[in-house]
Design a binder for this molecule. Sequence first.
Ligand code: ZN
Length: 316
Amino acid sequence: MNSSTVAKEVNRVIGLIEGQYDGPTVVAFGGIHGNEPSGVAALQNVIENLQEKSHLFRGHFLALRGNIAALKQSVRYIDEDMNRIWFPSIIDKIRRTPSNELKSNERRQIKSILHILDEYLPEEGTSSHPVIFADLHSFSAEGGMFAITARKEDHINLFSKLHVPLIFGIEKTLRGTAFRYYQDRGCVTFALEGGQHENKVTIKNNTAAMLAMLDEVGCINTTNLPAFEQHEAYLAEENRQLPARVELVYQHMIEPGDEFRMRAGFNNFQTVKKGEWLATDKEGKITAQCNGYLLMPLYQQQGNDGFFIAQEYQDG
Ligand SMILES: [Zn+2]
């Protein structure tokens, strides 16, 4: 692993912790969507928390800004959604093409990230410690936080202890995500949706969940660091009324020209009934296809997912 490449990327790198002991490699993205700066702020908090304790840290932690140009303009993306183009064929093309020949801002951003991570991440199967990829997001509605992970036993065991609702099935419907790309390359993957974009609680949620995650994977040992327990207690209290595990059952896709408008007042995790009027587009009323929890109702201009419906996850 070469940290000199990392050190040169001052705009991209939020922070780097190089532990004195062997342990997991954790890479985290904040702001892959430029209108979600809370992910960057949370990772800054995490780095600040860890810096004083870096002598106790096991493994490595690298936090990166995602879409720098879009973050500057506070927009989700400039040319195309940076979290919908991580298909192996596109990524390989980005690797082969010089930056000045890449046609979109987002592809140039991805190239600069690959420049760091291709070198930084251990080759698949070569590390005896887990390699973890975490991606921090926020959403446009108010309401509770959640985490997305794979429906794999090791992932579920690891993240069930975080006191953050886990959602399964999103990884199947959202195609071309960085999360899926790194999952297919053998990483343990974890995405956080911390709360509403501008709500201060979102930064707190994402900070606490990241620190709790670093504890669970063994990078930090909170029994020696009592202050960290506060974060876990906070998550348990904050999320006590939310379901522990849900499964995605419906996704409303928006196509260009649909004129999609969510009806006002819906929150993340609000329960909805089949037939309930949720949104409108040029065809008329859009109603809930089934009972369930409403997830990420869209109250912003950019984005192709109008809302999701999830139901309590039945094991097995
Ligand atoms: Zn996002």
